[in-house]
Design a protein around this ligand. Structure first.
Ligand SMILES: Nc1ncnc2c1ncn2[C@@H]1O[C@H](COP(=O)(O)OP(=O)(O)OP(=O)(O)O)[C@@H](O)[C@H]1O
Length: 241
C-alpha cells in the first residue's frame, strides 16, 4: 500500500478557453503523506483551491491522475466518486456551509442521513464533545459563534471517520484564538486518529501547525518546507528565500 493518502500525478486544470484561458494547475505531481498534516500556501490565484478541489474529487482535472486509497478518482463514475467521497473524504470550508434551519446535531448527521444511514447517537455525542460543543447540540448555526460553527462543520466532516480531511481556509473567517482551537482539532485528527489533513491557508500562524508546507505559484508547486517556522514561512511568501 502506498504511503500517500492522496497522490497527484501530472494534474492539470484549465478554466475557460481562448483569450480567457487560465491554467489553474499545471502538471502537478505530489503525494500527501498518510497520517500527515500538509498546508498549501501561495499568492491569490496560484491554484490552491483548485488543487484542493481536484484532490478531494469536488472537481475533475483535465488531465492527470488523482489517487485516493490507491484508486484513480478521475476515472470513477459520478456515483462511485460520491461513495468514495462519502466514505473516505471529509471537507471543511472557510464559510462553514452549515444548514441554517438545522441544529448542530442535525447538521452533523445530515450527510449520513442523505446516505440513508443511521449514525450511532453515542458516536455523534462523543464527536460533538470532542470538538467542545457538549450542551450545544440543539443550537442552530445563528445561535453559535463562528468558531463554534466551524467546529460543527469539523464534527460533520469527521463523522464518517474519513482517511483524509481537506480544509479550505478553515480559520479564514475566525479570530486568532478561535482559529487556534480549530487548528488544534485538525492537529488532533492527525496525531490521535492517524488521519491525513490537507489545508489551504494564507496564514503563516496556521501553516506552522502543519508537518509540511507546499508553496504554489502560477499553478505549480515551487517549494516544499518541512516543519518550517513562522519566520521561514513568511520569508518564503515574501520571496526572501
Ligand atoms: N470556476 C472558474 N472559472 C474560471 N477561472 C477560475 C475558476 N476557478 C478558478 N479560476 C482561476 O484559476 C486560478 C486559480 O484559482 P484558485 O481559486 O485555485 O486560486 P487560489 O490560490 O485558491 O486563490 P485565492 O487565494 O485567491 O483563493 C485563478 O486565476 C482563478 O481566477
Amino acid at each position: 500500500m502506498s504511503d500517500h493518502a492522496v497522490l497527484l500525478q501530472g494534474v492539470t486544470r484549465t478554466y475557460g478557453s481562448g483569450a480567457t484561458e487560465v491554467a489553474a494547475l499545471r502538471q502537478v505531481d505530489h503525494g500527501f503523506p498518510r497520517g500527515g498534516f500538509t498546508a498549501v500556501m501561495g499568492p491569490s490565484g496560484s491554484g490552491k483551491s483548485t488543487l484542493l478541489q481536484c484532490a478531494s474529487g469536488l472537481d475533475r482535472p483535465d488531465s492527470g491522475a488523482v489517487r485516493v486509497a490507491g484508486q484513480d478518482i478521475t476515472r470513477l463514475a459520478e456515483n462511485e466518486l460520491a461513495v468514495l467521497r462519502r466514505d473516505r473524504i471529509g471537507v471543511i470550508f472557510q464559510s462553514f456551509n452549515l444548514v441554517p434551519s438545522l441544529t448542530a446535531w442535525q447538521n452533523v448527521i445530515l450527510p449520513s442521513r442523505l446516505a440513508r444511514r443511521r449514525p450511532d447517537p453515542a458516536h455523534v455525542r462523543g464527536l460533538l464533545a470532542r470538538v467542545g460543543l457538549a450542551g450545544r447540540e440543539r443550537h442552530r448555526p445563528a445561535q453559535l459563534s463562528g468558531g463554534q460553527q466551524q467546529r460543527v462543520a469539523i464534527a460533520r466532516a469527521l463523522l464518517g471517520r474519513p482517511e483524509v480531511l481537506f480544509a479550505d481556509e478553515p480559520t479564514g473567517a475566525l479570530d486568532r484564538g478561535t482559529g487556534r482551537q480549530v487548528l488544534a482539532l485538525l492537529r488532533e485528527a492527525v496525531d490521535e486518529f492517524g488521519q491525513t489533513v490537507v489545508m489551504v491557508t494564507h496564514d503563516p500562524e496556521a501553516a506552522v501547525r502543519a508537518d509540511q508546507v507546499l508553496f504554489l505559484t502560477d499553478g505549480r508547486i515551487v517549494d516544499i518546507l518541512d516543519r518550517p517556522s513562522t519566520a521561514q514561512i513568511g520569508a518564503r511568501l515574501d520571496g526572501r528565500r
